[in-house]
Each structure stands twice: as C-alpha cells, then as structure tokens.
Design a protein around this ligand. Structure first.
Ligand SMILES: CC(C)(COP(=O)(O)OP(=O)(O)OC[C@H]1O[C@@H](n2cnc3c(N)ncnc32)[C@H](O)[C@@H]1OP(=O)(O)O)[C@@H](O)C(=O)NCCC(=O)NCCS
Length: 201
C-alpha cells in the first residue's frame, strides 16, 4: 500500500480570500454537497451563481496548499453563517422560486446556542481528501473556539456519512442527538437523518 503524503498546507488566514476564489469556494461546497445544494438552490448552474454571490466571507475559512484552494469551512456563530441570504436577496435572484428555496432549505436551518461554535459545512476538494486537510481545518476551529471562549464545537453529519463521522470521532466529537428529516425533504435532499456531534473545547 502506498503511504499517503501529507499535503503541504499554508497557514490559515480566516475570513479572507482573494475575490477570484469566490467561484472556487462555491464549487467546493457544491462538489461536496451536490444533491442537497442543487435541491435547495434550484439546480447546479443557478445554485452556484447564487451561492457565489451570497457567500459571507466573515464566516468562511479557506485552506490553501500553495496557490491551490484545497478546502473550505463555513462557520456559524454570532447569529450569522457562511450563506444566509436575506429575503430580498432571495427574491431578487429567484423571484417566485424564492418560496421554493425557502421551503426546501427548511431542514438545513438551525441556530446553535451562543456558547457553541458551529461548523455548518466543511469540504475538501475531492483530489486532496485523505491527506490531512480536513483535520487541519477542524483543529483550527478548536483553537479558534478556545480563543473566543466557546464551550464546544458542533456540526451535523448525515447518518450515511460514516467516513466523516469516524474522522470526527477520532478528533473528539461525540454524537449528541439524531435529527430526522421528514418526507418530502428526505427524498429531495437525499438523507433522512443527521447526527448532531459536539466536541468540548
Ligand atoms: C469529510 C472531509 C471534509 C474530510 O477531509 P479530509 O481532508 O479527507 O480529512 P483528513 O485527510 O484530515 O482525514 C480523512 C482520513 O484521512 C486520514 N489521513 C489524514 N491525513 C493523513 C495523512 N497525512 N496520511 C494518511 N492518512 C491521512 C485520516 O486519518 C482520516 O482517516 P479516518 O477517516 O480513518 O479518520 C472530506 O472527506 C470531504 O470534503 N468530504 C465530502 C464532504 C463531507 O462529507 N463533508 C462533511 C460533512 S459533515
């Protein structure tokens, strides 16, 4: 078996990235969560445009290897998240379909308590997975949470994503509860339940 070479990673500079990276960030999220994001944002092309235009840099943690964007983490804290469009932004882009976006997005809404730093989404480029990038982003989140006096870090992982769940358990997360996603959302979003996992800091 070939040993896996760890990726050479740049120091993380949170909440800041060159503007030409916005499309790449949106694409990384879509590559990782395609079914869910296409279902909510009305298909890939439209969804990518909307996500790209509405990313909130203040909640985005990019990870580079050299010039290459290899991973990204979308955080939720202080009542804001990495993509949290206002109704007027939704209406301006989707017109009547804004109601459909709001409807299908309902199960993805959650508000962590004020003592918890929530990792809303984490994605590593498919070509660079399994080489430490995801762990690096998560370790950064633990240090950030500690510095900001959060009590814990939390995330949701869908019940079928055993690989990601194992990684989180290895890094100290424990399952706190299971959240069921009812029909018709389960069919359209592609999952019927997700685990809330938490790690004390
Ligand atoms: C989940 C995800 C973010 C993890 O990122 P990653 O960069 O692959 O994570 P890591 O490389 O740090 O860890 C993955 C595995 O590779 C192993 N690994 C990490 N660095 C390694 C290295 N240098 N050499 C060998 N193996 C390594 C880890 O031990 C880990 O193994 P485990 O699954 O047995 O715990 C990524 O796979 C991804 O984007 N998946 C699709 C989207 C997704 O599922 N997101 C999570 C939703 S909650």
């Amino acid at each position: 078996m070939n040993p896996v070479t760890p990726l050479p990673l740049e120091e993380i500079i949170p909440f800041s990235y060159p503007s030409e990276c916005t499309r790449k960030i949106a694409s990384l999220f879509f590559a990782a969560f395609e079914q869910k994001l296409c279902a909510v944002f009305q298909g890939k092309e439209k969804g990518l445009d909307f996500v790209q235009q509405n990313l909130n840099p203040e909640r985005i943690v990019p990870l580079f290897s050299g010039e290459e964007l290899v991973g990204v983490m979308g955080l939720e804290f202080g009542g804001k998240t990495w993509i949290d469009p206002s109704w007027s932004q939704l209406w301006g882009f989707y017109a009547w379909k804004a109601f459909s976006v709001a409807f299908w997005g309902l199960p993805l809404m959650h508000r962590p308590d004020s003592k918890t730093l929530c990792i809303d989404s984490i994605a590593v480029h498919p070509l660079f997975r399994g080489r430490g990038a995801g762990s690096h982003l998560l370790e950064w989140a633990f240090a950030f949470a500690q510095k900001k006096d959060y009590r814990s870090v939390s995330l949701y992982v869908v019940h079928s994503n055993d690989k990601a769940r194992k990684l989180y358990e290895r890094l100290g997360f424990q399952v706190k509860k299971e959240r069921h996603v009812p029909f018709p959302w389960s069919k359209r979003l592609g999952f019927s339940s997700a685990f809330l996992m938490e790690r004390p800091v």
